[in-house]
Design a protein around this ligand. Structure first.
Ligand SMILES: Nc1ncnc2c1ncn2[C@@H]1O[C@H](COP(=O)(O)OP(=O)(O)OP(=O)(O)O)[C@@H](O)[C@H]1O
Ligand SMILES: [Mg+2]
Length: 240
């Protein structure tokens, strides 16, 4: 397997004065999806925010392409090749699809890459983003992270509130993304969907990594997945 493009070693992350992520070490490989799973409040978004510079890393190192980035401001991490699709889906609603991409371009990248990945957006490139469907808006949010030509894209719960068929469409796009050699770190509430496209998975519980291994190991073992999430084996009624 290729060397990781993004590596966390012994990382601790705070929310305000409170430490939420404890001693996390994690590797993200180019051309593959790395999955982060965990129950609500486990610290998944805080982990992403710490990598992106939106929450402070108080201990440990975050290295992107061999460069330590944990002390850099967010925009410099972006320039170093980090894209972030945040949990809250936001676009500039009164700008067109194409203008949204141009704003995010940061002097590099090419909207044509995004239009190839999402022909749906190509058809609507002159439309104000506020008029897109929920799924198309999510495509645009992913597109905005892509257009700056990132090495790694962090994706936090892009399926929120979307119909299953739309979520499947977005997952196919994630597979296309890693096909371009980009590394993806994916948080997803529908664990099975993420495990289907992922290579390796990390499960967080109360801010700590409690499982680290190939997705295939969790895919066929719902009891193991349940235990990783909640710290106990499922009861009989839950397995039925
Ligand atoms: N801005 C904040 N200030 C203080 N505490 C926060 C803040 N954001 C999150 N927390 C706390 O940090 C913990 C982890 O939250 P986080 O949002 O990282 O979890 P998550 O795994 O992303 O959850 P979800 O699946 O609901 O998105 C929770 O206990 C939460 O209450
Ligand atoms: Mg979250």
């Amino acid at each position: 397997m290729s060397d990781p493009i993004l590596s966390l070693t012994g990382v601790h992350i705070n929310r305000g004065e409170v430490e939420v992520v404890h001693d996390v070490s994690l590797d993200v490989t180019p051309g593959a999806v790395t999955v982060v799973l965990g129950a609500n409040g486990a610290g998944k978004t805080t982990l992403m925010d710490g990598i992106a510079g939106l929450a402070p890393v108080t201990k440990g190192t975050v290295s992107l392409g061999g460069q330590a980035i944990e002390r850099l401001p967010t925009y410099k991490r972006a320039l170093a090749g980090l894209g972030y699709v945040e949990q809250a889906r936001t676009t500039f609603r009164t700008l067109t699809v194409e203008q949204n991409l141009l704003v995010a371009q940061a002097g590099k990248g090419d909207p044509a890459t995004v239009f190839r990945l999402f022909p749906e957006l190509d058809k609507r490139r002159g439309l104000q983003a506020g008029h897109l469907s929920g799924g198309e808006q999510q495509m645009l949010v992913v597109g905005r992270a892509l257009v700056a030509d990132p090495k790694v894209v962090l994706i936090d719960e892009m399926s929120l509130g979307l119909a299953p068929v739309v979520v499947q469409r977005l997952m196919r796009a994630v597979v296309d993304l890693v096909g371009l050699g980009i590394a993806v770190l994916l948080i997803e509430q529908f664990a099975h969907l993420a495990l289907d496209v992922g290579a390796n998975a990390y499960v967080l519980r109360k801010g700590r990594v409690v499982f680290d291994g190939p997705c295939s190991q969790l895919r066929g073992d719902s009891a193991l997945l349940h235990e990783a999430y909640f710290g106990q084996a499922p009861t009989e009624s839950e397995t039925r």
